[in-house]
Ligand binder design. Structure first.
Ligand code: F6R
Length: 245
């Protein structure tokens, strides 16, 4: 695992966007795994700026979002589909058909999970998986004790996650979600996590410096062959081995 510490939230978000832009330049057909959440907002804003300034071409890219709330229709503004449209897809030249978000309205979440995994496989697998981390250590919506081998499935969100996301949903956070599994994330060719802010500093020490525990789903990333964690100075403030990183 590679740890990169940058001074500010802006520097960390810009660096993350730059890694994504470099991926597209290196391989115009990059398959991205994408995340939502507050941390990603400046990353997507920067990507839109790079699209305009550097004519970054997303026309051959494919995207798969990590998760979606169950029972929330795509047109509902709190859905992750609507959020992605608003924050990124509507502003770049990615083909609408090439953007995928798990189906939160599916009658069978099991079938929907299998369908999502099949679509990822058909696209050739995920080249670049963007990740945030929840205050309870979740990646995607893989809450504590999610199997490190799980594929796309339904999760019940923890009280910590409901509280964390309340501000994004006017207080009415749906309590279940479809999420790529930890195993889906581990199968990506590259995983890039962005973490900012003092609130996540203690969690960063637990997640990065161990011990590995299933209570923090992100710990599974220690088994990923190419995982980069980008932190701002606040999120990195409790790390003990900064000199080494
Ligand atoms: C959402 C997702 C989550 C978020 C995490 C952090 O698609 O994958 O794991 O990345 O909840 O959210 P913020 O950035 O709002 O702290």
């Amino acid at each position: 695992m590679q740890i990169i510490i940058l001074k500010s939230e802006k520097a960390a978000a810009d660096f993350t966007a730059r890694l994504m832009a470099d991926a597209v330049k290196g391989n115009p057909k990059t398959v991205f795994g994408l995340a939502t959440g507050r941390t990603m907002e400046p990353v997507y804003a920067r990507l839109i700026a790079l699209y305009k300034e550097e004519k970054l071409d997303f026309s051959k890219c494919t995207t798969f979002n990590l998760d979606e709330y169950i029972g929330v229709a795509p047109e509902n503004p709190i859905s992750y589909r609507a959020t992605m449209q608003r924050l990124l897809f509507d502003h770049i030249n990615v083909r609408p058909k090439a953007t995928h978000v798990p189906d939160g309205m599916a009658k069978s979440t099991e079938k929907a999970g299998r369908k999502y995994e099949d679509a990822i496989a058909k696209a050739g697998g995920i080249d670049f998986q963007l990740l945030g981390i929840g205050l309870d250590g979740h990646i995607g919506f893989n809450e504590p004790l999610s199997s490190f081998a799980s594929l796309t499935h339904e999760e019940v969100l923890t009280p910590a996650t409901l509280a964390q996301n309340a501000g994004l949903c006017d207080g009415n956070v749906p309590c279940r979600a479809m999420t790529m599994g930890v195993g889906t994330i581990l199968a990506s060719r590259r995983a890039v996590m962005l973490v900012t802010g003092q609130k996540k500093a203690a969690l960063m020490e637990q997640f990065i410096e161990g011990p590995i525990t299933p209570i923090i789903s992100a710990c599974a990333l220690h088994f990923h062959r190419d995982c980069v964690v980008i932190l701002d100075a606040k999120a990195a403030s409790s790390l003990k081995h900064k000199d080494h990183y």
